[in-house]
Design a protein around this ligand. Structure first.
Ligand SMILES: Cc1ncc(C[n+]2csc(CCOP(=O)(O)OP(=O)(O)O)c2C)c(N)n1
Ligand SMILES: [Mg+2]
Length: 1023
């Protein structure tokens, strides 16, 4: 029996057009296969079949208009088990959800317990009200009013700890705090813990490493790292570099390298480590001992122009086989790594890569946490339960100019922030030498002293000596003076900080990798310039110190027992023990056990197969009467690509909360929104075709309102070919104004990272996005895009241009493996799209092609060049010029002024370098040289966008654009205001022709009057 397939609820849309019919009579289709695609003036959605079966009759064709309930086709249903009606499924889902929450409750609390709690609650409320007004809990000076009662509580806690352990104790404490809150206690008691290590000395996991050898290796790395900076600056003091930062972080890196970080190889995907940018010398120094870099290369630190140089900081663009992540712009490493960890889970949940328990490690400085990018996305990490992410914050208490929190404690501040955001926080504050003192601290006075000292003091302690610490730290309380009375000043000086103690660091890392369900941050206390002595240990100028005098170098050598003679030290020689030495064997063996070298950048990804040709073919045809925007054309194209077997799974649509603005809501049903926990609720719009569907296997990255986050996802997906050996195609669509302008530094780092993908600046153009006004109307993102060397940018007008550009982008990035990415601007202005003029593909890609010639009138001619929506103003102007003024014109669609400029620069340079050879012509010149008349060029961007090609043609050149702040108004009024509408183009063209002595000036004067153009209106830039 045939059953009707009706149009489901399509929201507000009535009478929408069918633009594609994807089934035929007789087609055997599966449930959810697309039957037709509908398109309103805002978006296109596919209508899926509710059943599997054979189409027996089609009731619609392309061009028909349909509404909810219209019958699309008849289907003979396959004999499958009875379909459950949608409402029933929803009811079942709802009941399941409710049951789940009940189950959860029951799981946790037994009914009897519940009863007791209830009784206690009612009793407690009454009691508190009473107590509030009468009882004093603590004296003004903080002293205990009832030590016996306090002791009883403490004894109870002790008993629980001994009998049932820490988890039970934690549970009871949490319960008590909750009860306290219910009773009216507003104070949160758990934001920060005392200023001691999170892991108690007795619970530390012991490192299996040989500490003596590891110390020797670490010392050599320290020496070579410092030597390469000093050596470079001796050669040329302008080269710069940093010693103090790595000196403070050496142990943190070493423990990771020796014991934790697993490299990529043919059996395992590898951990990903984001190294702190200006600690790069330390990574080079280790690679030198491993034999991966030569002494010559170390000697060429920061001298990259010739061969064998090493880049100042981690730059994959400059050292593509070594560095994986550019991190030196502070704050980018943290945010990028959070989204990297999230993207790794996305690939796992979508079934594209295996879950190998890979970890993402991120190193950052304590000063770096000042950057909003460092902390701004940490709640995403806990919300998404990123237990594959570990932050290590090197808290050396200093940034560049001085202390990070001189009057406070950065570790405590960060603990509160990260705990509040739901992270697992591990503080590594004190080294092992403190353990015995803490064990003897029965009164808690030592912890009290540790808590009360501020970072400015802690910095000063390490800039002085043991006697100073004895006096200023322990000397405050007689009990503490006694505690260290048997220790010499040297012993006191040896009391180390946690981040320099490999045992403490190992224990913290071990716990971090075992943590489930949340990300971990390790807050390690260290000393900036550790071991640099008077020349730079814990002093405010440490960060800038890059030249060590002979005495300082000799001190450094002795401090770390480097086997170099005085003469070798004075020559600033590097030191590498023999290959057979214990150190080298140990170091290499450790890395081999952990799978290989790190950092190392490789890719074993298979190229994505080309999409079927017909995907793009429909876009090359005229849209007929149908009007649409280029944003809609893009969405249509992506919808088709999502049907292509090889491309579909690799597309990563990314949007910061604007899918509906761009007409992309059809993707919600089609591919789902990624949600690591699936969808725990029935969405309010579940009946609708474009319902907000979240799914564990969802494909769309709906980032919420964070362009920073969305860009970080773009980079993670765009570099997946190297970090996960899997090519992906991110298509990140955003309001063009909130792209480059907002997150330029991240886009710059996308270029450095060699990310591949498409950035789509939608609703672009200063006059095209009407109504929104100054902050939204973008007239410069194309110019900003032109500043990034490997960003290929286009401002297309017509659907076929977009198709040709996108297709070629896939070819270049995936067939040719070029390290480029695209910026395409799309608009929200609806208009008809013509068929692609014959043989224009090459020109579309080069940046300009002849769109139309107006040749039938007089002799005077002009060359009209336009891009984006303004090309249409040029076409209209050409018609007026032809009809009303007998002026002929050639109209050129300029798809990319940016690409034309690149070609022009290159040709000009070649000509200048080959003065004796024939002069080559730029592509612009080749297009225009045989054409008559001056050039009138305009776009919806600033004039400088268009002006880029001015040097590459010998013709008179007049440019028009939208310089100045945008403002709210209609498209027509805006174009008039910025003088890029057809009327202004006509006037300016007539005027330009008269300036070139080609026509009398009266025509321009007449047109100025005709179109009411106010000659005295100031430039829009000053309005
Ligand atoms: C966005 C940005 N701003 C400024 C700098 C310059 N800079 C380099 S290192 C540094 C201080 C870093 O302090 P911290 O994060 O505490 O790291 P440490 O060197 O102490 O380990 C600054 C300001 C930068 N690299 N990036
Ligand atoms: Mg610091």
């Amino acid at each position: 029996m045939s059953i009707e397939i009706p149009v489901p609820d399509i929201g507000d849309f009535e009478s929408v057009e069918i633009i594609e019919v994807l089934v035929k009579v007789g087609s055997n289709i599966k449930k959810d296969d697309t039957i037709v695609t509908l398109e309103s003036d805002k978006s296109s959605v596919e209508v899926p079949s509710p059943f599997s079966g054979k189409i027996s009759e089609l009731k619609v064709k392309i061009g028909d208009k349909v509404s909810k309930g219209s019958v699309l086709a008849l289907i003979e249903k396959n004999e499958t088990p009875k379909e459950i009606p949608k409402e029933t499924t929803q009811t079942v889902k709802k009941v399941e959800l409710e049951e789940k929450s009940l189950e959860k409750k029951e799981d946790n609390i037994l009914p009897i317990t519940e009863k007791i709690i209830k009784q206690a609650e009612t009793a407690a409320v009454g009691k508190t009200v009473e107590q509030k007004s009468e009882k004093i809990y603590v004296k003004a000076n903080g002293a205990d009013i009832d030590p016996t009662e306090t002791q009883e509580w403490l004894d109870s806690l002790d008993a629980v700890l001994k009998k049932d352990g820490t988890n039970r104790a934690q549970y009871i404490l949490k319960k008590l705090i909750n009860e306290g809150n219910k009773g009216g206690s507003a104070q949160s008691l758990t934001r920060i813990t005392p200023y001691i290590n999170t892991i108690h000395a007795t619970s530390e996991m012991k490192s299996p490493g040989d500490q003596n050898i590891e110390r020797r290796i670490r010392s050599l790395i320290r020496w070579n790292a410092a030597a390469m900076v000093v050596k470079a600056n001796k050669k040329n003091p302008e080269l710069g570099g940093h010693i103090g930062s790595f000196a403070s972080a050496a142990t943190l890196y070493d423990v990771g390298m020796n014991h934790f970080w697993r490299a990529k190889n043919n059996k395992f995907g590898g951990d990903l480590v984001y190294f702190q940018g200006h600690s790069a010398p330390g990574m080079y120094a280790r690679a030198f001992l491993e034999g991966r870099l030569s002494a010559k290369q170390l000697g060429n630190f920061r001298q990259e122009v010739g061969v064998d140089g090493l880049s100042s900081y981690p730059h994959p663009w400059l050292m593509p086989k070594f560095w994986q992540f550019p991190t030196v712009s502070m704050g980018l490493g943290p945010v990028l790594s959070i989204y990297q960890a999230r993207f790794t889970k996305y690939l796992i949940n979508r079934g594209l890569i295996k879950d190998e328990n890979r970890k993402i490690w991120t190193f950052l400085g304590d000063g770096e946490t000042d950057e909003p990018e460092s902390l701004g996305a940490i709640s995403l990490a806990s919300r998404e339960k990123l237990d594959n992410l570990i932050f290590v914050i090197n808290c050396n208490l200093q940034r560049l100019d001085g202390p990070v929190r001189g009057n406070g404690k950065i570790i405590q501040e960060l603990e509160g922030i990260f705990r509040g955001a739901g992270w697992n926080v591990i503080k590594v504050i004190w080294g092992s030498y403190w353990d015995q003192l803490l064990a003897k601290d029965n009164s808690g006075l030592l912890i009290k002293r540790m808590n009360e000292c501020v970072d400015g003091e802690y910095q000063a302690f390490k800039a002085n000596n043991g006697a100073y610490v004895r006096e200023k730290f322990f000397g405050k309380y007689p009990e503490l003076t006694d505690l260290v009375s048997s220790m010499t000043d040297r012993d006191i000086w040896k009391l180390n900080r946690g981040g320099h103690d490999p045992h403490k660091v190992y224990a913290a890392y071990d716990e971090a990798i075992k943590t489930k369900g949340k990300p971990t941050v390790i807050l390690a206390k260290t000393i900036k310039g550790y071991g640099m002595g008077k020349s730079g240990e814990s002093i405010n100028i440490t960060h800038q110190q890059k030249k060590l005098g002979e005495e300082d170098l000799l001190y450094y050598r002795d401090r770390f027992d480097i086997p170099l003679t005085d003469k070798q030290v004075k020559n600033i020689e590097f030191y590498k023990p023999e290959e057979k030495s214990e150190e080298i064997r140990y170091l290499k063996e450790r890395r081999m056990k952990l799978g290989g070298n790190l950092p190392e950048r490789t890719s074993f990804a298979q190229p994505i197969r080309k999409p079927a040709k017909d995907i793009f073919e429909s876009m090359l045809k005229s849209s007929g009467e149908r009007e649409m925007s280029t944003t809609m054309a893009l969405v249509r194209m992506l919808t088709s690509l999502l049907r292509d077997k090889s491309i579909a799974p690799r597309l990563v649509p990314i949007i910061p909360d604007e899918a509906r603005t761009f007409g992309m809501e059809g993707f919600f049903r089609k591919v789902g929104i990624y949600a690591h926990e699936g969808q725990k609720y029935v969405p309010e719009d579940s009946e609708q075709l474009s319902s907000y569907r979240e799914d564990k296997k969802g494909q769309v990255l709906e980032e919420g309102i964070t362009e920073t986050g969305a860009m970080s996802s773009f980079i993670a997906a765009g570099t997946s070919y190297t970090n996960h050996d899997l090519e992906m195609i991110p298509v990140y669509t955003f309001y063009s104004m909130f792209g480059f302008q907002r997150v330029m530094d991240l886009i710059w780092s996308a270029g450095d990272s060699q990310a591949r993908g498409f950035l789509i600046g939608a609703t672009s153009g200063r006059t095209t996005l009407a109504g929104e006004g100054l902050q939204h109307q973008d007239g410069h993102s194309q110019l900003l895009a032109s500043t990034i060397p490997n960003c290929i940018s286009y401002d297309p007008t017509f659907s076929y241009e977009l198709a040709i550009i996108f297709q070629d982008g896939l070819r270049r990035m995936h067939d040719e493996q070029e390290s480029i990415f695209y910026y395409l601007t799309t608009m929200n202005e609806n208009y008809q799209h013509p068929e692609m003029p014959k043989n224009s593909e090459k020109g579309i890609l080069k940046g300009m092609y002849l769109f139309k010639e107006f040749n039938n009138k007089g002799k005077t001619k002009v060359q009209l060049l336009g891009s984006g929506t303004i090309l249409r103003e040029m076409i209209s102007a050409a018609e007026i010029l032809s009809k009303e003024y007998n002026i002929d014109s050639d109209v050129w669609s300029v798809t990319s002024f940016n690409e034309l400029r690149k070609d022009g620069m290159e040709v000009e340079r070649k000509n200048l370098l080959n003065p004796a050879s024939d002069t080559e012509k730029s592509y612009v010149e080749k297009c225009l040289e045989k054409r008559e008349g001056p050039i009138i060029a305009a776009s919806d961007y600033m004039r400088s966008f268009v002006d880029q090609i001015r040097p590459y043609t010998s013709k008179p050149f007049y440019s028009f654009g939208t310089d100045g702040y945008g403002r709210s108004d209609s498209r027509k009024n805006l174009r008039n205001f910025f003088e890029v509408d057809k009327e202004h183009i006509v006037v300016y063209t007539l005027s330009a022709l008269s300036k070139e002595q080609l026509i009398p000036s009266k025509y321009a004067e007449q047109a100025i009057k005709k179109y009411n153009i106010d000659k005295n209106k100031p430039m829009p830039t000053v309005l």
